[in-house]
Structures are given as structure tokens and as C-alpha cells.
Design a protein around this ligand. Structure first.
Ligand SMILES: NC(=O)c1ccc[n+]([C@@H]2O[C@H](COP(=O)([O-])OP(=O)(O)OC[C@H]3O[C@@H](n4cnc5c(N)ncnc54)[C@H](OP(=O)(O)O)[C@@H]3O)[C@@H](O)[C@H]2O)c1
Length: 307
């Protein structure tokens, strides 16, 4: 059993990872403004963009592993408030990396497919990132700060879907809420991604830490598809009417931040480290359906998420 500290444990990835990690490890989850109870996980509030708090929390727990999931992940808000995006995606990442290095803890830092411009797709670790919006720019700056502060860190570029604790809806929850209400909803036909179910991502991440992996790795799902196709396959898995998803171009949605079009990541390198193929989307959608209601939630209020 290792001691594992998870930042962003009140968010989509962090809460799923905490549930999976707590089955085998002594787990401390850090939240900021949204308390959440996760069985088997100690939870603590901290403002990690303050370097003193980051150091105090990490040194106080003395973890074997730190997984840094906390971030400014709202793409349009980042565009409207670049200082906020920079403080969280760059400075907070640097604080956590320095504090982890200071206590000799291993670090997994979570980054994103959105460091790429989306012109080519099937991105490998050797491809040059070229972000086209503030979120991607600040996440790339965070990756670089982490590599300097903690040269042995594992930096994982991901995209994911899953059950989040709310009130923010993940993409899958956003589609399901509308389709189950009998509404129509748009699905972008020209944004491609390769999302991995949060539980599958959590299991692979823990395997990588146990294997001593470090450096930059892409950790995508095996299936590359458009957000429209994702919505259709999700609807079919949940027995909902996929015809209610209207095909739409992202250009017609008038979103605040630019969206890269082809963001699928190539997972061959991580598959060779794991010694197994990454999961296909259909197995992730099946497990999503089977695990409904099994993840911690504080959902009450209505909130939006982009398609
Ligand atoms: N969601 C996606 O589709 C997606 C896709 C690609 C990559 N990623 C990356 O995956 C990681 C996890 O994303 P996510 O969607 O799980 O994020 P999320 O649901 O938006 O959660 C963000 C987390 O960060 C915490 N946080 C924010 N400001 C903080 C601060 N000042 N101090 C301490 N904690 C703070 C939040 O705490 P409170 O809520 O308690 O305030 C929350 O737990 C991020 O690195 C993101 O860039 C996400």
C-alpha cells in the first residue's frame, strides 16, 4: 500500500481516481471550494496556487505519489480570464511539482490533448505542440514548468469521459441529461477526440506509477471519433434515441475559445509501457452504464457543459 495524494479530488478525474486508488492505497484528496465525501478517502481543503499551502499540505502527508489533477479546465473561462488560467494551469502546477520534489514524492501531472492545434490528429509524444487557445497555452506552460521542477515527473496528456461529482456536467452527462429529458441536442461533427473512461484512466495511471514510468506519455482511449459520433454511441448504449442528436459544425456554435478540430492522441507508446492495448470506446461506454450511481456526487443545481 502506497500513500497517494490526489489534487482536484473534487473534480471529474480526481474523484474517479480517488475511488479507484482508495481500494488499494492510503489516499488523501485535496479540494478547493467544493467539498466532497469519498468513502475511504481523507479529504482536505487547500488553495494550491499559494506555494506555502502546496508545500504544507504535501509535506504534511509525505506521500509516495502525488497525482496533480487540479486545473482550470473550463476552456471558455480560460479565454475570458487568462490570469486565472495561468495561475492555476501554470503556477499551481509548478507549486505542486516543487513541493512533491521537495519531499521526494513521485509525481503524475495531468495535461491535455488541447496542447495541439488539431490540424493533423493522431498526435504522438514527439509531435510539436501548438496550442490555439489560452487553456492549451497555459496547460503547455504547466507541463514545461513541471518538467523543470520535477524532472522525473510523469506527464500524461489525456481526454476523458465519466461520471463527475457535479454540479458541472461532463460531456457524457450533458448528452444523457438532454436525451433522457426527451430534448434534442447538438453534437459536433468536426471535433475529433479519443476519450478514455475515467475509471480506465485511473487504473492505467496507477499501473504506470507502479511501473515507475516517467516523462511525457499520451494516455487516450483506443477509439478516435467525433463528438457527434460519441453522442450517438452513448445514446445507443443507454437505449436512448440517437436521432435527437443534431449534427452541427463547431463553427456554428460561436464558442468563446477556438476549438482544435482533430485532437486524437496516439497511444502506442503508453500501450508498450502498460503491455496491453488501451480500451476501445464500446467497453468504456458499457462500464459507464454499469457504474451509474456508484461514484460520489453532490449534484443538485443545473449547470452547463459544452458539446
Ligand atoms: N475534463 C476534460 O474533458 C479534460 C480533457 C483533457 C484534459 N483534462 C485535464 O484533466 C485534469 C482534470 O480535469 P477535470 O475535468 O477533472 O477538472 P475539473 O472537474 O474541472 O476539476 C478541477 C479541480 O481543480 C480543483 N481546483 C481548482 N482551483 C484550485 C486551487 N486554486 N487549489 C486547489 N485545487 C483547485 C477544483 O477544486 P474545487 O472544485 O473543490 O474548487 C477541482 O477539484 C486537468 O488537468 C484537465 O486539464 C480534462
Amino acid at each position: 500500500m502506497a500513500k497517494i495524494l490526489i489534487t482536484g479530488a473534487s473534480g471529474l478525474l480526481g474523484s474517479n481516481l480517488a475511488v479507484v486508488a482508495a481500494a488499494e492505497h492510503q489516499t488523501l484528496g485535496i479540494y478547493h471550494q467544493h467539498p466532497l465525501q469519498i468513502p475511504g478517502v481523507d479529504m482536505m481543503a487547500a488553495e494550491l496556487s499559494d506555494p506555502r499551502q502546496a508545500t504544507r499540505v504535501i509535506a504534511g502527508f509525505a506521500p509516495d505519489w502525488v497525482v496533480h489533477c487540479a486545473a482550470a479546465s473550463e476552456v471558455d473561462r480560460c479565454e475570458l480570464d487568462p490570469a486565472w488560467a495561468r495561475r492555476l494551469n501554470l503556477e499551481m502546477a509548478k507549486n505542486v511539482a516543487e513541493a512533491a520534489a521537495g519531499v521526494g514524492a513521485r509525481l503524475a501531472h495531468i495535461s491535455t490533448d488541447a496542447v495541439f492545434d488539431g490540424e493533423l490528429g493522431d498526435y504522438r509524444e514527439s509531435d510539436e505542440p501548438r496550442p490555439i487557445m489560452i487553456y492549451g497555452e497555459t496547460k503547455l506552460a504547466g507541463e514545461r514548468a513541471v518538467a523543470l521542477a520535477h524532472p522525473e515527473a510523469l506527464v500524461l496528456r489525456i481526454n476523458l469521459f465519466g461520471w463527475g461529482p457535479g454540479p458541472k456536467r461532463s460531456l457524457a452527462e450533458w448528452f444523457l441529461e438532454r436525451l433522457e429529458a426527451g430534448d434534442t441536442c447538438p453534437g459536433f461533427t468536426d471535433i475529433y477526440f479519443s476519450p478514455l473512461l475515467a475509471q480506465h484512466l485511473a487504473r492505467a495511471l496507477l499501473e504506470l506509477l507502479e511501473a515507475g514510468a516517467s516523462g511525457l506519455l499520451h494516455l487516450p482511449g483506443h477509439t478516435c471519433l467525433s463528438k457527434y459520433e460519441f453522442g450517438v454511441q452513448l445514446a445507443q448504449e443507454f437505449g436512448l434515441d440517437a436521432a435527437r442528436i443534431r449534427p452541427m459544425s463547431v463553427g456554428d456554435a460561436k464558442l468563446t475559445a477556438a476549438r482544435p478540430r482533430r485532437l486524437c492522441l496516439n497511444g502506442e507508446k503508453v500501450e508498450s509501457v502498460l503491455g496491453r492495448p488501451l480500451p476501445e470506446l464500446d467497453s468504456g461506454l458499457r462500464e459507464l452504464r454499469e457504474s451509474r450511481g456508484m461514484f460520489p456526487s453532490r449534484r443538485q443545481a443545473k449547470a452547463g457543459a459544452a458539446a
